[in-house]
Design a protein around this ligand. Structure first.
Ligand code: B12
Ligand code: SF4
Length: 460
C-alpha cells in the first residue's frame, strides 16, 4: 500500500525561504501512527513539489484555512487519479461538512486516536466519512517519524510538542475549540527521547503556552538542561512573575518566546482574557523577560473593534520604545469556527468567504473605525516600517542587549527580517477581489469619539 501525506502550500510555487523551513510535525505524527508495512511519502508543499506521476492508494492532506482551497484542489486531482483521500487539520475539523464535499473521509481533531482505524478501514474497503476521538491520551502515541525529514537546513529547526489545549478560549482563536480547554501533556521522558532521537539541536516548541502548567513546565525544563539544546516557544506573559520559571527557561536553552500580546491598545487589552491588562504592566514584564536573556517576540493583531487609525503609529512606537527585536504582525482574521467569525457574520461584516484570503495578511471583514482598505494600508505601513533597513539597524542593539554576541542568533534575526520584508509582496491593499467592494465605504464606519477619548485617558 502506498500512502502520501501532504501539507499544501497557500499558493502554488510559493516556498518558505530555505533557512527558515520547519517541517510540518503533523505529517511525521501521522507517519508514526501508520503500520510499518505501508510505503509512506511525505511532502510539505512549502518545501518541495508533489510528484504527480506516482500513483498512491491513499492520500492524507493536512489543511489550515489559508491552505484549504489548495488542499481541496489536491483532493480533486488525486481522486481523479483513483486514490482515496482523507482530509485533516484545523480547517476540515471546524468545517467537516464542507471538507467532505472534496474527500472520502475527514478526521475531526487530533489524529492520535483514530488514524490507525482510518488505515484499517481503508484496507478493509469500508472507509467511513467522519472520524473523531476527542482529547486522545498523548502518552500512548509513538514518537514522530522524524527520519522522514525532508531536508536539513542551516538551522535544522524541528517542531516539538509537549502539551496540547488552552483554557483561555479567546474570541478570535480556534485552538481551545480544537484541542480543548484542559491542558494535556506528554510524559517528560517521552519528550526527552523525542529530542534525542530527532538529531537536532534547535526546536520550535509548538505548544500554545509552554509555561501553562507550571509544575510540569519546570520539571520539563530541568530535564532539557543536560541536552544542551536551543529552543523557541510560545508563553503567556505572566511568566515574568515567576523568577524560578524564567531561570529554568533560560538554562534549558530558551532563546526567544512568542507572546500573544495581541494589541498595544489599552482598550483592546481590557476586553481580552489576559493576565496583564495594562500597557504599563506589559512593558514591565517585557523588560523582566529580556533582562533574563530571553528575546521577547510579540504577536500583534491589527483591526480589533477598538482600533482607530492611531493604532498603526502607536504599535510602531510601542515596539521601538520597548526594544523589541522581532515581531509577528497580523491583520485580525475571523477564522471559521471562532466566535468572532460568527459575530461578524451576524453583523454582516464578512467581505469575503474565499479561504485564500484568510492568511492574517488580508482584510476579510469590515473594521469598526476605518475602511477595509485603510486597515490593509495601515497594516502594510507598520510591516514595512518595522522591517525596513533603518529599523533593522536600530534593532540590532536590542538583540545584542538580550544575548551577548552570538552569530547564529544574529543571522536568524537578519533572515527573519528579510523574510518579513519579502512577505510585503503578499499583502493585497487593493481589496479588488472583495465581495461587493463598493458597499464597504466610509459610510459604514462607526464614529470613534468614545474610543479616542478613552485611549487619551490611558495615555495620561
Ligand atoms: C507552529 C504554528 C505555526 C508555524 C508552523 C511551523 C511549522 N512548519 O510547523 C508557523 C509560524 C509557520 C505558522 C504559520 C501560520 N499559522 Co500557525 N500555528 C502554529 C501552531 C502554534 C501549532 C501548529 C502545529 O504544528 N501543531 C502541532 C501539530 C502536530 O498539530 P496539528 O498540525 O494540529 O496536527 C494534528 C491535528 O490537526 C491532526 N491533523 C493535522 N493534519 C492532518 C491531516 C490528516 C490527514 C489527518 C488525519 C489528521 C491531521 O493530527 C495532528 C496530530 O494530532 C498552531 C496552533 C495550534 N495549537 O495548533 C497555529 C495555527 C495552526 N496557525 C494558524 C495560522 C492562522 C497561521 C498563519 C495563517 C498565520 C500567519 N501570520 O501567517 C500562518 C499560515 C502558514 C501557511 N502555511 O499558510 C491558525 C490556524 C487557524 C485556521 N483556521 O486556519 C492556528 C490554529 C493558530 C490560531 N491561533 O488559530 N503557524
Ligand atoms: S489566542 Fe492563545 S491564549 Fe487565546 S485561546 Fe488561542 S492559544 Fe489560547
Amino acid at each position: 500500500m502506498k500512502l502520501l501525506l501532504v501539507s499544501p502550500c497557500p499558493e502554488v510555487g510559493r516556498k518558505t525561504p530555505k533557512t527558515l523551513r520547519i517541517p510540518q510535525l503533523a505529517l511525521h505524527i501521522l507517519a508514526s501512527l501508520t503500520p510499518n508495512d505501508v510505503d509512506i511519502t511525505v511532502v510539505d508543499e512549502e518545501i518541495e513539489d508533489i510528484d504527480f506521476s506516482i500513483d498512491f492508494d491513499l492520500v492524507g492532506i493536512s489543511c489550515m484555512t489559508a491552505t484549504a482551497n489548495r488542499g481541496y484542489r489536491l483532493c480533486n486531482i488525486f481522486r481523479e487519479k483513483g486514490s482515496k483521500v482523507v482530509l485533516g487539520g484545523v480547517h476540515p475539523s471546524v468545517l467537516p461538512q464542507e471538507a467532505i464535499q472534496h474527500a472520502d473521509a475527514v478526521v475531526i481533531g487530533e489524529a492520535e486516536g483514530c488514524w490507525p482505524d482510518v488505515i484499517q478501514d481503508f484496507r478493509g474497503g469500508k472507509l467511513q466519512k467522519f472520524y473523531h476521538i476527542p482529547a486522545p491520551d498523548l502518552s500512548k502515541s509513538p514518537l514522530p517519524r522524524r527520519d522522514l525529514h525532508i531536508d536539513k537546513t542551516l538551522f535544522n529547526c524541528v517542531g516539538l510538542v509537549t502539551t496540547r489545549g488552552c483554557p483561555y478560549d479567546c474570541e478570535f482563536c480556534s485552538v481551545t475549540d480544537f484541542y480543548g480547554k484542559k491542558i494535556r501533556h506528554r510524559p517528560i521522558s517521552m519528550v526527552v527521547e523525542d529530542v534525542k532521537q530527532s538529531g537536532s539541536k534547535l526546536f520550535l516548541i509548538l505548544d500554545d503556552n509552554v509555561t501553562g502548567q507550571p509544575r510540569y513546565s519546570k520539571r520539563l525544563f530541568e530535564a532539557l538542561i543536560p541536552l544542551g539544546i536551543t529552543w523557541i516557544g510560545q508563553s503567556s506573559i505572566s511568566l515574568a512573575k515567576d523568577q524560578e520559571m524564567l531561570k529554568l527557561c533560560r538554562e534549558s536553552g530558551c532563546a526567544m518566546l512568542f507572546f500573544g500580546l495581541e494589541s498595544v491598545s489599552p482598550l483592546s487589552l481590557m476586553g481580552m482574557k489576559k493576565s496583564l491588562k495594562s500597557i504599563k504592566e506589559n512593558e514591565e514584564a517585557i523588560k523582566v523577560i529580556q533582562d533574563n536573556g530571553i528575546a521577547f517576540h510579540p504577536s500583534i493583531v491589527l483591526g480589533f473593534d477598538t482600533d482607530t487609525k492611531a493604532i498603526f503609529d502607536d504599535t510602531l512606537e510601542f515596539l521601538l520604545r520597548n526594544k523589541i527585536p522581532t515581531t509577528t504582525l497580523n491583520v485580525l482574521t475571523p477564522y471559521p469556527g471562532t466566535r468572532i467569525y460568527q459575530r461578524f457574520k451576524e453583523e454582516g461584516r464578512i467581505i469575503s468567504d474565499d479561504w485564500n484570503h484568510y492568511d492574517h495578511k488580508t482584510v476579510v471583514f469590515q473594521p469598526k473605525y476605518m475602511t477595509p482598505r485603510e486597515l490593509a494600508e495601515g497594516y502594510y505601513y507598520v510591516q514595512r516600517e518595522f522591517y525596513s533597513f533603518s529599523s533593522l539597524v536600530r534593532r540590532i542593539p536590542f538583540l545584542l542587549k538580550v544575548f551577548p554576541i552570538n552569530l547564529k542568533r544574529m543571522l536568524f534575526l537578519l533572515l527573519f527580517n528579510f523574510a518579513c520584508k519579502g512577505s510585503l509582496k503578499y499583502i493585497d491593499t487593493s481589496l479588488s477581489w472583495a465581495d461587493n467592494n463598493e458597499q464597504w465605504n466610509p459610510q459604514k464606519i462607526w464614529t470613534c469619539d468614545k474610543a479616542l477619548s478613552l485611549s487619551k485617558i490611558e495615555k495620561v
